[in-house]
Structures are given as C-alpha cells and as structure tokens.
Design a protein. Structure first.
Length: 486
C-alpha cells in the first residue's frame, strides 16, 4: 500500500537548484535510508513529504488518513521548562488513562527515572534527542521521518534506537536521513542516494547501495568520456562532409553531413550528465611545535551544575601524536571535561606552546545572525577575495556566502566550523562529536586529514567507524571514572 507519492517534484531554495523531476513512493513497510552531501536537499525532502514546504514544483499525495511524525535536527526550545513526562503526557488525549503509555516508551528507551523530573533544559543533548524520538513513537504514526536521529546519542542510546526501529510492531514504516554508516546498515532495507541533483534508489542497505552507486557512477563517467570522444569525431566528420559538399557542389556530401549532425544531436541528448565538479575540501592545519608533552591532568574532579560528581581523573597525560577517544553515557561528563581543559585550572597543565582548537557539538562559535562572508572576513582579518577563496575551497558558492549562517543546513554549518578550525591553526584539537551533521564523504575526508597531519587530539564521539579509523588511545567514562579500554 502506497503511503506517500511524489510525482515530478523539483526544488530550488535561495537560488540554489537542488533536484528536479523526482518521482518517489513510500510504501507501507518500507525502511528507507536517505544519504547525500550536506546542503543537497535531504532535510528539505522530508519537509516536502510532510507538506511543510511550498517552494517545490510537482505533486505530493498522501494516503487517506495518513498519520506521520517528523523528528527534525536540533532541539525543541519550547520544551525547555517542561519535564519529559509532562512533554509526553501532554501529547495524549487522556493524560490520566494513557499515562502508562508515556512511561512505557520511556522504559523502552531506558530513560532514567531520576531524569524524568528534570526540565528539558537540564537534559544532555542525547537525552533531548531520545525524548524527541519517544514523543514521535508515542503518537503511533503510520510513517516516521527521522532527520539525523543518531546525533548526540551514546552507544546505549544508539543500540536502543536500532532495537526500536528494527521492531516492525513498534514502527512499521520509516525514512531516515543519516550519515552514521553502521546505523544505516543496521536498520534500513533500501537506500536513496542524492548526488549531482538527482536521486538513485537501491533496494539495499547503505554499504551495498553505495558500492552499487559508485560502480554505476564510474560506468556512467566512462560512458560519458566515450560519448564525448565519439561526438567530437562525428562533428569533425560532419564538418568535413559539409565543406566537401560546399566546395564540390555535392548534395550527397551535404546530405551526409546532415545525417551525421542529427546523430550528434541525438547522442548529445542521451549523454550522461557531467558529475558536479565543484571543489569541496575538508582540510586541517596545525601550528608546528616541538614540545612532546601536550597535557597533564592530576586529581581532577568535575561536577554537574547541580553539584553532583560527574568525573574524577587521578592522572591523564597526552603527548604529541596521541589521539584520545572518550566515550560514555550521555551526561557522564565528556563535554564538561573538554570545557575544563579549554578553561584550564590547577589540576590541568597545558604545555606553554600548545594552541588549543575546539569544535563543540553546538557549533557555538558560529553567530547565526551574521552573513557567512561578513563573519569570516571580520573573524580572520582577510580581504574579501581571500575569504571567498577559503570558503570556496570548502564547497561554498558565492550565493552561499550572502546567506546568514543560521539559514545554512546543519551540515554546511559543520563545514564552516571545520574551516574555522583550520584557519586558526591550533596544535591540539578538542573535537566534541565532530561527525555530527557531516555527510559521509566529508566524514571520510576528515578521517584522512587527521591521519595526514597527525595532530594531538581528544575526541568525544560515538561514531564507531570514525573512532576506529582515527583513534590511538581509547577511554570510557563509567561510574565517575575515566578508564582505558584499549
């Protein structure tokens, strides 16, 4: 049974052409992963499906009586003064009779009882995201749409989300935008890849679908090269025949030229599209220095805003080239530790020539109300052309530079933050969930850059594939202690 049908849908936003003539059907029981470059239109596609965006062309139709829930990126600030139970029970038709449903969902997602009476603003990013998913599931939708649901989730939350989405009795049909490779392989049965302003659908989970797509893309590129070469030859032949016909008054030669030109026109209409050649790089730079010791922590105690013990570190040291990966439950103190290192203190000794660069989860260094070009020109004292060149190297068009940072997609903001990190040339990196919002190609570029420059770094991440690829030392926060795991 068809739940949603898109017919000949095209979309342009802010003068940027995203995709055209897209036909797509979501059937009951589909479990679809949606992947593509940052800013390519994935989040907009979900809003088109829910009919919450009007700028598109084409037709969107829903099955009669369709109910849907959309878990968007970011958090819901309107919830900040409410508790999780108040948020969930407020969605129910009978708060008293149906309260058990809210409690059941929270139990299913292992939401601690002591956290259920905290206000939303007191929760960590991971628990906020779990609450958003819980509210959507509680509504028992026919179709669940998820936009980057794994951002901010620790490994236990991620395992719970995978278990939830794998149970067709709980959620039978969903479409999820994600850049978490292992997550997509675990929960999806088909993959929609947005690339070069068009979609390709494969009845496979992510890894296999991507292999098929890359093989198809390679074959298409080879076919294009061959076709372009053949067209050049035919054009020369047509030109020769036409010149021969004119010089010798030969109708036969002129007719032959016309036949060849018709063939060229047909071939040009069938030639595969040229791949997007826009240059997009993720590069890092570090300020070289020769000191070996980067960081020494002794007898450090970290507490929450309410005074509760989060973490005690007896001793921790970091040397040049070390990349410490820290994992742990949401709210265990990982981000608090990074902020403590940044702010310094009597228990934290940073080498005198160490220059810290931080990438935080909230991308707080980016002022959302300023234009991209305006901010970068003032921040780094570049002239306008230097700024444009740097931003272009990260894949931003001139039209993008005129936008407010807040109007960019989350992935585009993350690329801006990485560019800021490079231009500040630190020699010690603090990376808090650096793959949040980054598309898969950009994640892999970041992995390659980290290997290339070999920086000292402390990395907080729950992206299994990323940390396996970049980490050199591995720690976990558990029961208020930082313990080495490998």
């Amino acid at each position: 049974m068809s739940l949603v049908k898109l017919e000949h849908v095209s979309l342009s936003l802010g003068g940027k052409f995203l995709f055209s003539n897209f036909n797509f059907v979501i059937n009951d029981g589909d479990r679809i992963g949606i992947v593509g470059d940052n800013g390519s239109g994935k989040s907009s596609l979900l809003r088109i499906i829910t009919k919450n965006i009007d700028e598109h062309e084409g037709r969107v139709s829903h099955a009669r009586g369709l109910s849907w829930q959309h878990v968007e990126q970011g958090f819901i600030n309107q919830w900040d003064v409410a508790t999780p139970l108040e948020i969930l029970t407020g969605c129910l038709p009978d708060v008293i009779a149906d309260r058990w449903k809210a409690e059941y969902i929270l139990e299913m997602l292992e939401f601690p009882k002591e956290y259920r009476m905290l206000t939303h603003s007191q929760l960590s990013g991971g628990w906020k995201k779990v609450l958003m998913v819980a509210k959507a599931v509680l509504m028992e939708p026919d179709l669940l749409l998820l936009d980057e649901p794994t951002n901010h989730l620790d490994k236990n939350h991620l395992a719970n989300l995978i278990r939830l989405l794998s149970d067709s009795n709980v959620i039978s049909t969903f479409a999820v935008v994600s850049h978490n490779r292992d997550f997509l392989d675990s929960v999806t049965k088909s993959t929609l890849i947005l690339k070069n302003r068009s979609f390709n659908l494969y009845n496979r989970s992510f890894t296999t679908a991507r292999e098929l797509f890359l093989a198809q893309e390679s074959a298409s590129l080879c076919a294009r090269i061959e076709a372009v070469s053949e067209i050049k030859k035919l054009k020369k032949s047509a030109q020769f025949q036409r010149q021969l016909g004119v010089n010798n008054y030969s109708d036969k030669a002129l007719q032959k030229a016309k036949q060849i030109e018709r063939k060229v026109k047909t071939m040009e209409s069938l030639i595969p599209d040229k791949p997007d050649s826009r240059k997009r790089e993720i590069s890092l730079a570090i300020d070289e220095f020769h000191a070996r010791k980067i960081l020494q922590i002794d007898d450090l105690t970290l507490r929450s805003e309410t005074g509760e013990l989060l973490l005690f570190i007896k001793s921790l040291h970091l040397q040049r080239g070390d990349r410490l990966v820290i994992s742990g439950a949401n709210g265990s103190g990982k981000s608090t530790l990074l902020r403590a290192i940044l702010n310094g203190g009597s228990c934290i000794r940073v080498g005198p020539s160490v220059k810290i660069g931080i990438l935080d989860q909230e991308l707080s260094a980016l002022p959302l109300d300023l234009r991209v070009l305006e901010f970068f020109t003032s921040q780094f004292k570049f002239d306008q052309q230097q700024t444009i060149n740097n931003l272009a190297s990260s894949g931003f068009s001139y039209a993008d530079l005129q936008k407010n940072i807040g109007d960019l997609s989350y992935g585009e903001r993350a690329r801006l933050a990485l560019l800021m990190l490079r231009l500040s040339t630190p020699n010690f990196l603090l990376l808090d969930e650096p793959t949040n919002h980054l598309d898969i190609d950009t994640q892999e570029m970041l992995e390659s850059e980290i290997h290339r420059i070999n920086p000292a770094a402390i990395i907080v991440s729950h992206d299994v594939r990323f940390i396996e690829n970049v980490g050199t030392r591995f720690y976990e926060i558990s029961n208020g202690q930082l313990r080495a795991t490998g």
